[in-house]
Ligand binder design. Sequence first.
Ligand code: FAD
Length: 463
Amino acid sequence: MHPSLAETKQAVFWVDQLDTRTKEPVSLIGSGEADLVIIGGGFTGLWTALLASEANPGRKIFILESETVGYGASSRNGGFCDASITHGIENGMSHWPEEMPTLLRLGRENLNGIAETIRRHNIGCDVEATGEMAVAVEQWQVDQLLESANLARSLGESVEFLDSHAVKEQVHSPTYLAGLWNRDSTLMLDPGKLVKGLQDAVTSLGVTIFENSPVADLEKSGNKILVSTKSGKVSADRVVVATNAFNPVLRKMRRYVIPVYDHVLVSEPLSGSQLESLNWLNRQGVGDSGNQFHYYRLTKENRILWGGYDAHYHFGSRMGPEVESNDQTCGMLAEHFFETFPQLEGLSFTHKWSGPIGTTTRFSCSWGSSHNGQVSWAVGYTGLGVGASRFGAQVALDLVDGIDTERTELEMVRKTPFPFPPEPFRWLGVQITSSMMKRSDRNEGRRGLWLKLLDRFGIGFDS
Ligand SMILES: Cc1cc2nc3c(=O)[nH]c(=O)nc-3n(C[C@H](O)[C@H](O)[C@H](O)COP(=O)(O)OP(=O)(O)OC[C@H]3O[C@@H](n4cnc5c(N)ncnc54)[C@H](O)[C@@H]3O)c2cc1C
């Protein structure tokens, strides 16, 4: 085991540091009625509840959550709240080139909406408007960053390309060869506190949250939808499914989203001299640029969160605590950390965890409807859903309320992603694609035949 991991506990830092809850969770028992039932209490579910109740304060809204609010990816992520609703500009351009100017504008409006809501509801989630800096750690990635800079500028984005000297001025790492900093695309925040703040906000607006209430079934009953858990039933006019990577209650959704586990470490707080050795004065979120990439950031109390690189899919879309700890991946993450910041040798990690990323073959949200349009869903943001989940929620509401908007006209919304094949081809396809991505990283980013073939069909595997 890497020495920095000797005392590390398996726990989500963001949840561990929250004040312990004062109220016992309430489960759904017996029968009830609601105008809108939301299945899943992560960011998508919470934003759906907030947007729906702010637009229509009289609406009776229930959230049914199988564990506790924020149990899924929403409390376990890196806290990069990005304006992109397309998992980055390149990915957006590869799928919806004509729509990209609109998607970029909608993404900005969405990020502004998040910031405005945080202010209006007084949600203390340690927002820092630092932007995000992509760094190149191999020569081929420098060329890639230059291309990204040109593409972003051609779409009106303001980005700064930093050469080797300038990027090292921003953050001291001997591994950096170049950087691309978008100062206003990303808010860095504490996702655990954002979950808690949104939960409080929706509760204050009259939304009822039932926890420990996994939904087992949805069925049409007259002109209503009957939503069933083990111990209760709700008769609802409308239902939004916001279950992301988890086994969806609707069979129809299962082909489009798979769970991929991503691992994260958080260090002890840095001392004054350790912090000085980094010169990370602008505190921007950082991500390196390979197919397998790390993302990292400072927390409010100057710990470093360090995650990514190795994402795991388990046969049969298996999920749960038994697949959540992985010493080998954590050891590798720790090694990479000290290669990036050798000056921090001796630092320890206090927390490690993993979480399920709901990924689609197009790496961004997928929507759909069923039950004559009375049920809609929004799932599959891949690794960029902290910000995009509000947009996903808004579209799911438009769909379930039958309202035509600029959003519902988008090809991104109307077109479903290329489906994943059934097992065992699903698992095999993911394994082959992952190993080809590793090979591409070793071969200066050259994409072999397999990846080129997937590119041609606009599909792939990412975290
Ligand atoms: C390790 C990690 C790092 C990440 N880092 C970032 C990042 O820095 N920036 C970024 O933008 N994105 C990041 N993401 C992705 C981001 O966290 C997600 O896209 C986002 O949180 C998705 O929110 P959600 O509400 O759709 O899903 P979730 O938060 O997963 O919520 C789904 C909820 O549905 C519940 N549920 C499931 N089935 C049922 C059922 N049958 N009945 C009732 N409830 C059910 C689950 O318990 C869960 O609480 C990361 C994800 C992970 C795992």
